[in-house]
Design a protein around this ligand. Structure first.
Ligand SMILES: Nc1ncnc2c1ncn2[C@@H]1O[C@H](COP(=O)(O)OP(=O)(O)OP(=O)(O)O)[C@@H](O)[C@H]1O
Ligand SMILES: [Mg+2]
Length: 247
């Protein structure tokens, strides 16, 4: 059995809106294994990004526990576990400082993660090749690159510290269809070649269907259906999933 890279156990997170408390994530449990892509689907506001921020240790659960590679995520383990979990966000332009070349941005990211310059250089060369980019992009500034190139570079940045899990939150939503398809293929390739686990969050069920091994459907802070992608998307059990598929 593959390694359990991420375990979310009975996690809840409450926010206050207009003075009223509401559960953004409610008693949610899931597991992600090495070498699999777990798609998280659900309409806007159902709690997908809150879940990703909880998994990254950027939000503290009100209740429940999160384990990364078997270790409980918390204030005392955050720094140690941070290299194991990396994120790729919706707007790749935000990943890099517009005033510097993306090469210096990547070195700076490596430095902040405690990766020495020589190791960083070697990994950058390998990862550029893996993500289908030429070394010449390193000399450019973000505004001189396309959305697809920038998202590939954001993935290079996320992979510099050899993470065990990548959390991609709407990572292809700002890209046009053909670029989005390329990046989806890249995630599948990374799963196969690096054996990495991916939590792939998207409101787009078409994208989720293309990329995921398993799919979890969220509704109002809860997972209402989870299973193999072909089962959940091909013959869903819950009315809500059926409605989502028809939307
Ligand atoms: N820091 C916060 N403080 C208060 N409310 C918040 C906070 N973060 C999120 N929320 C609320 O929690 C709910 C879930 O938000 P979340 O961003 O997790 O949804 P989402 O599923 O990622 O939506 P989308 O598909 O639009 O990105 C929303 O009602 C949102 O307004
Ligand atoms: Mg979101």
């Amino acid at each position: 059995m593959a390694d359990k890279v991420l375990e979310v156990k009975n996690v809840s997170k409450t926010f206050t809106k207009d003075g009223v408390m509401f559960g953004a994530v409610k008693n949610l449990s899931l597991e992600v294994y090495a070498g699999e892509i777990l798609g998280i689907a659900g309409e806007s506001g159902c709690g997908k990004s809150t879940l990703s921020r909880l998994c990254m240790g950027l939000l503290k659960p009100d209740e429940g526990e999160i384990y990364v590679c078997g270790k409980r995520l918390g204030r005392s383990t955050f720094k140690e576990l941070r290299p194991a979990m990396q994120t790729v966000f919706q707007n790749p332009g935000d990943t890099f400082n517009p005033s510097y070349t993306v090469g210096s941005g990547l070195f700076e990211a490596g430095r902040s993660l405690g990766i020495g310059k020589d190791v960083c250089k070697k990994r950058m060369t390998e990862l550029l090749s893996l993500t289908g980019l030429s070394e010449s992009v390193l000399k450019r500034r973000p505004k001189e690159l396309s959305g697809g190139q920038l998202q590939r570079l954001a993935i290079v940045r996320a992979l510099l510290c050899e993470p065990k899990i990548l959390i991609a939150d709407e990572a292809v939503s700002s890209l046009d269809v053909s670029v989005s398809a390329n990046i989806i293929n890249l995630f599948s390739d990374l799963r196969d070649r690096l054996g990495i686990a991916v939590m792939f969050i998207s409101h787009d069920l078409g994208v989720i269907g293309c990329i995921s091994d398993r799919v979890a459907v969220m509704y109002s802070g809860e997972i209402i259906e989870i299973g193999r992608a072909e089962k959940v998307l091909g013959s869903p059990e819950k009315e809500y999933t059926k409605r989502l598929l028809m939307a």
